[in-house]
Write a protein that binds this ligand. Sequence first.
Ligand code: PLP
Length: 356
Amino acid sequence: MAEITLELCKERKPIPDDDKLGFGVHFTDHMLVMDYNLEQGWHDMRITPYGSIEIDPSMMALHYGQAIFEGMKAFRGQEGGINIFRPRDHFQRFNNSARRVCIPELDIEELLTGLKKLLEIDNQWVPSTHGTALYIRPFIFATDQFLGVRPSHTYKLMIILSPVGAYYAEGFNPVKIMVEDEYVRAVRGGIGAIKTPGNYAASLLAAVKAQKQGFTQVLWLDAIEQKWLEEVGTMNIMVKIDDKVITPPLNGSILPGITRDSTLKLLQQWQVPVAEEQISIDEVMEAGRSGRLQEMFGTGTAAVISPVGSLHYKDQSVAINNGAVGELSQKLFDEITAIQYGSKADDHGWIETVPV
Ligand SMILES: *Cc1c(COP(=O)(O)O)cnc(C)c1O
């Protein structure tokens, strides 16, 4: 494995207090950078001071969106070390995303080594209050200076770090969801199953529409029949009906969430009946009206578990669990965060520790 070049910043920035973090607004002192070209492949992994980069106006990523990203978290562990949650799975998904948009793949172990080095250097930035974390954002973009449509011949990889507070301003409170029946997010065979910027651009208009009407998030239906549940906002979705947890299967238009996977594994371990199967919005609304819809929650790195308090679809609303946090939602949140902070043993091999 090639050496990582280090260029440390001259002056460290003040670190914000844990209670003033927000999400994705503060960035640490350093970043990891790597370049790709046809002659050398991925090369020159380096850690440099965090800062602006110069780009050419014709840079391909700006025009055709050939870019991908990841989102994972690191936590301050009980013994003071840094716990990264499932980094190899995140980097594996990063490579899957790369493949779909013709970006050359990376060596996962090399990436992890670079990330750990970056975390060591910016160790002070990992907050320690419960609920806070260091958000890790790896991304790659096409850097050829060219206006034709084809895969770029050069790319840049960066990893930046951002200390974050609790994701939802309302705290761990059930959110109001609007079921989107006009716009769609992704379609099978497209790019919905990977983290690429176009998906998020496609989602903005519906999110703005929902927020104008007083809802927190959008529940996406499938693009073909606009009938089957897909995802909520940028989270996977699960419903508990008649004591069974149901989540849509990974059908090619749904993002394969790591939190979704962790949740499914815990439910299996707890012997909670669980199924990955298609479920229609009509079925969910009907279960809501008849009192059989016991819980509904989103899963994702940012929020971990996000309970849904009410669902609005075509002028009809249903409240879920009287708008209160469900028992299972709470238990999943507590279990996953306990493993992340290291207050509970990690039986699953999900934690990669960086001693500091
Ligand atoms: C990232 C993401 C998720 C959740 O994935 P995690 O790995 O759990 O963070 C779900 N849906 C979309 C669209 C996403 O971008």
